[in-house]
Ligand binder design. Structure first.
Ligand SMILES: *[C@@H]1O[C@H](CO)[C@@H](O)[C@H](O)[C@H]1NC(C)=O
Ligand SMILES: *[C@@H]1O[C@H](CO)[C@@H](O)[C@H](O)[C@H]1NC(C)=O
Ligand SMILES: *[C@@H]1O[C@H](CO)[C@@H](O)[C@H](O)[C@H]1NC(C)=O
Ligand SMILES: *[C@@H]1O[C@H](CO)[C@@H](O)[C@H](O)[C@H]1NC(C)=O
Ligand SMILES: *[C@@H]1O[C@H](CO)[C@@H](O)[C@H](O)[C@H]1NC(C)=O
Length: 768
């Protein structure tokens, strides 16, 4: 019985009648624990532990408490001290960064049953955020102290009185997460919680968090015509318009879709980033600032924006908000600091109505008109499906937990079932997936071999193509090819360019660079009849211009037919030098037809009414004159004030004086017109040839040629296109009557029988 009583006494002594739960007021020296300010400490014993809780007496649910073993503890008392404590005191060994001093402290003395001091717990605050629970041991045994912060059930910090003397009460608590000062942790929703050195809590949305590190932040990708938003929602864009991806005040990112090889499929073409009032165009081979091509290593970018380029991608970083990577086919956008709830656009919500996301500034008129195209037999949907399903295979498996392959498989299959596997498109889905995996620190060593995406994949980042072109792979070479809608009208006409432009004694033709590229024709190998005349390639539009004019005739042949003057040239390919050629010889005629003037609107005036020239020909010395008349009876001479109309018939008499008409006849061998004073200038238009009227000009009539010492001919007045001057030149020869001096005119040309070693040349001129 006694033994039993002793036992009871011992037990009651051990659990300590002195250890009653007690609430202590520390409002004279409040403490901040993980962001919450407390003015009371609840001391109690709970499940063999001594608790110093700040929010309430310890119960079954987690609280904000300092805990230690209650073994041997008899009583606890509090004293508030207004003595200041300096953080540089040697006792603060563990808490790096504690600065300043505490103006007060709350000191709990923990005594055993015999009222001997076991240790002291000192709560003090440095600069309001560095809450410290320091231990001052007086007993010989070491003792462990733990800090518990609700709702965390495990201790967030612990010390042993033998080795360290203080617990940090500094940290952040938000959204159920408890973070120590200056640390990061994964939150239950997958985002990253960050507690700064000054105990400020922030969180960053993240797709894959491990050990507090955001391995894969929020991302959005655009590949081909597919977009995957931050939540993994996949949509397709089937028109050739521009869409908003991310938009908030002063910052807009848009994507423009254009067709490439097929009129019925559009693919991501370029991105437009607008920062403030600056527009940045990011596309294949071109970065444009406010519409002008720039060299990114020297261009002045808006504040906070950096753009860099490697051979495989263009990277854009905008402050801490987002990063964009564009490889010519795909855009991968990482959203870092942007507050997603304050942003609109397809990247944050692909589920919205596409018309809402359509950007009017980036959408040209008619961009949503649907086109149909012919079937492409190189497209094989089963092959595409197998290829795209490789993303589900073992080679990519190590990344599946980090990045869901499903939207990539679908977008890949959709694209390659409607568009040929060319220009690297077939690899861009796997490539984007791999880029995400590598962000999540997952290495996929064999993906290139497995997908056969090694080597050249047509990124075209260094090739500038014009508006109507895109860069693709043709004959194993990256080159500018024609966009399908643009090329349609030329292909249906089987032409390489625009129709010839004729005018002003000149002709020009524009060939489309990308149409030539498609046929593998090098523009540098093309020339006109005269090989010196090459085409000029416009560096901006990629149009190839060929032309000739009176100063650069480039081998142009001028002929007349009926009432037309024809200037004819052709574009040819340089002669092939090799043994074999696989290229069709390229020749393309281009001609200009000028109708001889029929319009009676231009008044011409003769410069001199008649010309007389003294000629000495062998034995003969004579005067030759050339005069023009308005009538066939040669009674109304054309005088300088006479107004002539185009197409008006005039008569031109060539007469001589001083010749013996019984021996000699005068033959007008040829007459021709030029626009320049020199008789041998071009263009040249023939009226008489070999003593006969030019058979192609039905207005020319010749009278009395070779019959006497004078003759005349008539023709209808004309003018050279683009020239106001007309010079008429005639070559006159003398003929001995022993021969027949009358030229034989008709279909069969005979050689002239008349023979004069010194033919006379005489000219008249008109001007309008
Ligand atoms: C682009 O143009 C806008 C106004 O049109 C101007 O405010 C801005 O400074 C320009 N940006 C650059 C980089 O030239
Ligand atoms: C861009 O500027 C840098 C530095 O001036 C120069 O080295 C580089 O060749 C330029 N690039 C182009 C494409 O002009
Ligand atoms: C194609 O031919 C049609 C009819 O012949 C013509 O109207 C059109 O201008 C031509 N287009 C081109 C680009 O030459
Ligand atoms: C090209 O070859 C043709 C026929 O073989 C020849 O008549 C022509 O003079 C050559 N042209 C040049 C520029 O060598
Ligand atoms: C030729 O004309 C000149 C003056 O114009 C004249 O003096 C000369 O006599 C003429 N000769 C003949 C052979 O008519």
């Amino acid at each position: 019985m006694l033994l039993f009583l002793l036992c009871v006494a011992a037990v009651s002594h051990m659990t300590g009648a002195a250890l009653t739960s007690e609430q202590h007021d520390i409002s004279g020296c409040p403490i901040v624990v993980y962001g919450t300010t407390y003015t009371a400490v609840y001391v109690s014993e709970y499940e063999a532990s001594l608790f110093f809780c700040f929010d309430r007496f310890k119960d079954a649910s987690p609280g904000d408490c300092v805990r230690t073993s209650s073994a041997g503890v008899g009583s606890v008392s509090l004293s508030l001290s207004q003595e200041s404590v300096d953080s540089t005191s040697p006792q603060y060994t563990k808490l790096e960064g504690v600065q300043g001093s505490s103006s007060c402290s709350a000191q709990f003395s923990i005594m055993d049953a015999n009222n001997n001091n076991m240790f002291s717990l000192i709560l003090s605050l440095y600069g309001e955020i560095y809450g410290v629970a320091a231990v001052n041991p007086t007993e010989s045994e070491s003792r462990d102290l733990y800090l518990e912060v609700s709702p965390e059930t495990n201790a967030v910090d612990s010390i042993s009185t033998s080795e360290a003397t203080e617990l940090s009460l500094s940290g952040c608590k938000d959204q159920g997460a408890v973070l120590r000062r200056d640390s990061k942790a994964c939150l239950s929703d997958g985002s990253v919680g960050i507690c700064s050195a000054s105990n400020v809590f922030t969180s960053e949305r993240c797709n894959h968090c491990e050990n507090g590190e955001c391995l894969l932040g929020l991302w959005c990708s655009v590949t081909g015509f597919s977009l995957i938003d931050v939540s993994g929602v996949l949509i397709s864009i089937r028109d050739r318009c521009g869409y908003s991806l991310l938009s908030r005040d002063g910052l807009h990112l848009g994507a423009v879709f254009r067709e490439r090889r097929r009129t019925d499929v559009s693919l991501l073409d370029h991105l437009i980033l607008t920062v403030g009032s600056t527009h940045i165009h990011i596309g294949q081979g071109a970065i444009k600032l406010n519409g002008s091509l720039v060299n990114i290593s020297t261009a002045q970018m808006p504040e906070g924006l950096t753009i860099s380029k490697t051979s495989s991608e263009i990277s854009v970083l905008y402050s801490q908000e987002f990063a964009l990577h564009f490889d010519g086919h795909s855009a991968l956008i990482f959203i870092k600091g942007l507050d997603v709830s304050a942003v609109t656009g397809l990247c944050v919500d692909a589920g919205i109505d596409l018309n809402t996301a359509k950007s009017p500034e980036l959408s040209p008129d008619g961009c949503d008109n649907a086109h149909t195209d012919v079937e492409d037999r190189t497209i094989s949907c089963p092959t595409a499906t197998t290829h795209c399903n490789l993303l589900n295979s073992a080679g990519f498996a190590s990344c599946h937990a980090h990045v869901d392959p499903a939207p990539f498989v679908s977008s890949c299959t959709q694209a390659l079932c409607s568009y040929p596997s060319v220009d690297g498109l077939q690899c861009s889905f796997h490539q984007t997936y791999e880029a995400l995996c590598s962000r999540a620190n997952v290495v996929l060593p064999d993906w290139k071999t497995e997908t056969q995406c090694e080597g050249k994949i047509g990124l075209c980042l260094d090739i500038y193509c014009s508006e109507h072109e895109f860069c693709g792979v043709n004959l194993n070479e990256e080159t500018c090819l024609c966009r399908a809608v643009f090329a349609q009208k030329y292909k249906s006409n089987k032409t390489f360019g625009e129709p010839t432009v004729c005018g002003d004694n000149a002709a020009s033709i524009y060939l489309i660079g990308c149409l030539l590229n498609e046929k593998g024709i090098k523009y540098s190998e093309l020339h006109l009849n005269d090989p010196v005349c090459r085409g000029q390639m416009d560096p901006e539009t990629h149009m190839l211009r060929f032309g000739f004019d009176s100063a650069h005739s480039c081998g142009t042949e001028v002929t007349t037919q009926d009432s037309q003057v024809i200037f004819k040239n052709s574009i040819r390919m340089k002669n092939q030098t090799g043994m074999v050629t696989r290229q069709d010889q390229f020749t393309m005629d281009f001609s200009c037809f000028y109708n001889q003037p029929r319009l009676k609107t231009v008044a011409l005036r003769i410069r001199d009414s008649s010309v007389v020239q003294k000629i000495i020909s062998g034995a003969w010395s004579y005067n030759l004159s050339m005069k023009s008349y308005l009538d066939p009876s040669l009674s109304q001479p054309i005088l300088p004030q006479t107004q002539l109309q185009l197409d008006q018939t005039i008569w031109v008499q060539l007469s001589t004086s001083g010749l013996d008409h019984s021996l000699i006849s005068v033959v007008t061998d040829s007459c021709w017109a030029t626009s320049q004073p020199q008789p041998d200038s071009t263009p040249k238009y023939d009226l008489l040839e070999h003593g006969c009227a030019n058979p192609n000009d039905r207005t020319v009539k010749v009278e009395g040629n070779g019959l006497g010492t004078s003759n005349f001919f008539s023709f209808n007045m004309f003018q050279f296109t683009g020239s106001s001057d007309l010079f008429l030149h005639c070559k006159v020869v003398l003929c001995n009557h022993k021969n027949s001096c009358v030229p034989t005119c008709g279909s069969r040309r005979r050689r002239s029988i008349y023979n004069d070693p010194n033919p006379a040349l005489i000219s008249l001129s008109w001007a309008s």
